[in-house]
Design a protein around this ligand. Structure first.
Ligand code: AMP
Ligand code: MG
Length: 427
């Protein structure tokens, strides 16, 4: 048997789970934090527990427009009580005399002594020399009253360090009186694309493209994905397929970034300059991940110039994604996303899969674990995009998620499969 030339040497396949464990083992949280206005903190990750200094709501208050009273004063429907005070939201009333009631509005504090609210729809005003109200339904103690502290108790950890802030959590933080929040620094990511065939949209019109030239699509979705992940992105553009240019781009990027992310050039062909360049400037593990799409994937580190960024440490993380657009997109979602979350101190990075019926068949099983682009249909099942090639970006736009299909498994119509939605992965 003849020995294959080095460029064709078979690298053993790594399972996606092993790749994930190895990758996440490198992703210690970044050390810097910053204070940001609560207004601007959507999507950021909390760097400290938020402990409530007060209870929410601060007092018992009415959840209806109506009348506050003592439930024990109304034992039968039709009872008339004098209305002795009026309490609007933002104002406090006087203690309530037994046998009387207070006009009250939603959010207004309950007067001392009152234990229930009758909504105004269950009352009729009565005239005469005293202003009174007829209560049409017998009230239960506690009805239409929001209890002090029923949302948040004093001293409670309302949001924990490492949680990613959502619009709702900003509201919750604000309800505790917090105008600023301590959050993890944004990962600083240098992004570049490799490939002499790449042309930027806008530079050359479609009719003037040279044979073999293609537009750089990866740059667009990778940049957008990085922004969604809360990163500060330095887009370094296209690096030509040359050793020196690749070395120079990596060196400059390493000094002031936490991660260098590239697409293309991580196969083992002669035009793939990323691998030797990263090896020269640091170290590189090239994995052939047993997944489809997305086989080649590289993790490494690139040394920084001495003193370049003392706070960030001696080396910058490096991740090399495959060049095929769908492979690049899918490996970003499955591997880079959890990596970036870990850099920001998020613990829970696992994908959320749900089980749904396949409304398609897959008669040819792949040897690798496959991530099929699918779309949920109105019947509650999944349809398959007909062309699953790793170059067909249309599949990722048509689809709204991925079926995570184990290696060697065919799928019959109606089989239950594991579905991961893009919406979850992009949130
Ligand atoms: P590579 O990993 O560099 O061998 O590239 C694999 C395939 O992906 C080739 O067909 C490339 O032309 C294509 N490709 C690489 N980078 C990009 C990019 N940024 N945008 C679109 N296609 C790309
Ligand atoms: Mg290439």
């Amino acid at each position: 048997m003849t020995t294959p030339p080095p460029s064709q040497t078979r690298v053993p396949l790594t399972s996606l789970d092993d790749a994930m464990v190895n990758l996440l083992a490198q992703a210690g949280p970044l050390s810097s934090t910053e204070m940001v206005a609560t207004f601007d903190a959507d999507g950021r990750v909390l760097a400290q527990d938020l402990v409530s200094a007060l209870q929410v709501p601060p007092n018992d208050n009415s959840s209806m427009d109506g009348y506050a009273l003592r439930a024990a004063d109304v034992t039968e429907a039709g009872k008339v009580l004098p209305v002795t005070q009026r309490i609007a939201a933002g104002h406090s009333g006087e203690p309530l005399e037994p046998g009387t009631c207070a006009r009250i509005f939603t959010g207004a504090p309950m007067p001392e002594g009152a234990d229930a609210v009758v909504m105004q729809e269950d009352t009729v005003e009565v005239g005469g020399n005293i202003h009174g109200v007829r209560i049409l339904a017998v009230p239960q103690p506690g009805q239409w009253v929001r209890r002090a502290g029923e949302d948040v108790t004093r001293g409670a950890v309302v949001l924990a360090r490492g949680e990613r802030l959502s619009p709702a959590s900003l509201g919750l933080a604000a309800s505790l009186g917090l105008a600023h929040l301590k959050v993890m620094a944004r990962p600083r990511v240098a992004l570049f694309s490799t490939g002499d065939e790449l042309v930027m949209p806008g530079e050359v019109p479609p009719e003037a493209m040279k044979p073999g030239a293609i537009y750089n699509s990866n740059r667009f979705f990778l940049r957008a994905l990085l922004h969604r992940m809360g990163c500060e992105v330095s887009d370094l553009g296209i690096v030509p397929d040359q050793r020196e240019a690749t070395l120079a781009a990596l060196k400059t990027a390493a000094d002031h970034h936490d991660l260098i992310l590239t697409s293309g050039g991580v196969s083992v062909g002669e035009e793939d300059h990323i691998k030797p360049a990263v090896q020269q400037l640091g170290r590189l593990d090239l994995w052939q991940i047993a997944m489809k799409p997305g086989k080649p994937f590289a993790y490494g580190t690139v040394k920084r110039d001495a003193g370049a960024d003392p706070a960030a440490g001696e080396a910058c993380h490096f991740i090399g994604l495959p060049g095929n657009p769908v492979s690049s997109f899918v490996t970003f979602l499955l591997l880079v996303r959890p990596f970036l979350l870990r850099l920001q101190g998020v613990d829970a990075v696992a994908m959320n899969a749900v089980t749904l019926p396949a409304h398609f068949t897959l008669s040819k099983a792949d040897k690798r674990r496959e991530f099929l682009r699918v779309r949920r249909n109105a019947a509650g099942g999944l349809d398959l995009f007909p062309n699953q090639s790793s170059g067909v970006l249309t599949s990722t736009v048509w689809g709204d998620g991925l079926v995570d299909n184990p290696a060697g498994k065919t799928i019959a119509h109606g089989d239950l499969v594991s579905f991961i939605s893009f919406a979850d992965l992009l949130a």
